[in-house]
Design a protein around this ligand. Structure first.
Ligand code: URA
Length: 227
């Protein structure tokens, strides 16, 4: 593995920042200054500023996010955070974000590389939302959601949308702009009164009550990587 990837995976720094540390001569591999093209294996000793870097176990945690919990590592208003709901050794951070009042599937990990890919719009991870709305959206409103909606910053990509019942709409998106579902529904009419993410990249909440979590199975991690 390249030295910068090793440092990123160990949680020392992002890859770019790791390159800066390497260029600054602060990273030693087996006692010699590391280079940008240094490759490290299982038996190499890596030190930053003279302190040994130990490998972290990679963790992938699927949380059923309850309402009233914020998706940040620390909240200035001291509201409870998703990070506090899962054990923190090693520490994991959320991939993307859900609004404080949104419930549902949230992935947390310390695998920076995978997190970066999943959050990147280029990979278009599929997200399924169930929205409770005021009133009953008609077929015209649903079609507008499917075709794409003009938001202040730009137009949303085509999406799947269907009525699940009175005042309930399911939306399947590949984008992830801030408050996207609430803004899309507000743009076509009915304001959202409740929002739940029922699936993220094929992961669902089967068997998980709100506030509970589980580690992903190795095959689920493989699938996300292959995604
Ligand atoms: N869209 C929203 O409006 N809120 C969320 O939490 C997620 C998607």
């Amino acid at each position: 593995m390249r030295l910068n990837a090793f440092l990123a995976r160990a949680g020392v720094a992002s890859r770019r920042r790791a390159d800066e540390l390497i260029k600054a001569g602060r990273v030693n591999v087996n006692g010699e200054p590391g280079q940008l093209n240094t490759v490290v294996g299982a038996h190499d000793r890596v030190e930053v500023d003279g302190r040994e870097v130990t490998r972290q176990r990679l963790r992938y945690v699927l949380l059923h996010k309850p309402a009233g919990v914020v998706t940040t590592a620390r909240d200035p208003h001291r509201r409870p955070t998703v990070v506090e709901l899962v054990p923190d050794a090693p520490r994991v951070v959320p991939v993307g974000r859900l609004d404080a009042d949104t419930t549902g599937v949230l992935l947390l990990t310390n695998d920076g590389q995978l997190a970066h890919r999943l959050a990147h719009p280029r990979y278009g991870v599929e997200k399924t939302y169930v929205a409770e709305v005021e009133g009953d959206p008609d077929e015209d409103a649903l079609q507008r959601l499917r075709d794409g909606v003009e938001l202040d910053d730009s137009r949303t990509a085509p999406a799947r949308a269907r009525r699940l019942g009175p005042s309930r709409v399911e939306l399947v998106l590949h984008g992830g702009r801030k408050h996207q579902v609430k803004r899309m529904l507000a743009a076509v009419g009915p304001p959202v009164t409740g929002l739940h993410r029922s699936a993220y990249a094929g992961l669902t909440l089967v068997g998980l009550e709100p506030g509970r979590w589980r580690e992903l199975e190795p095959h689920e991690v493989e699938r996300l990587r292959a995604g």
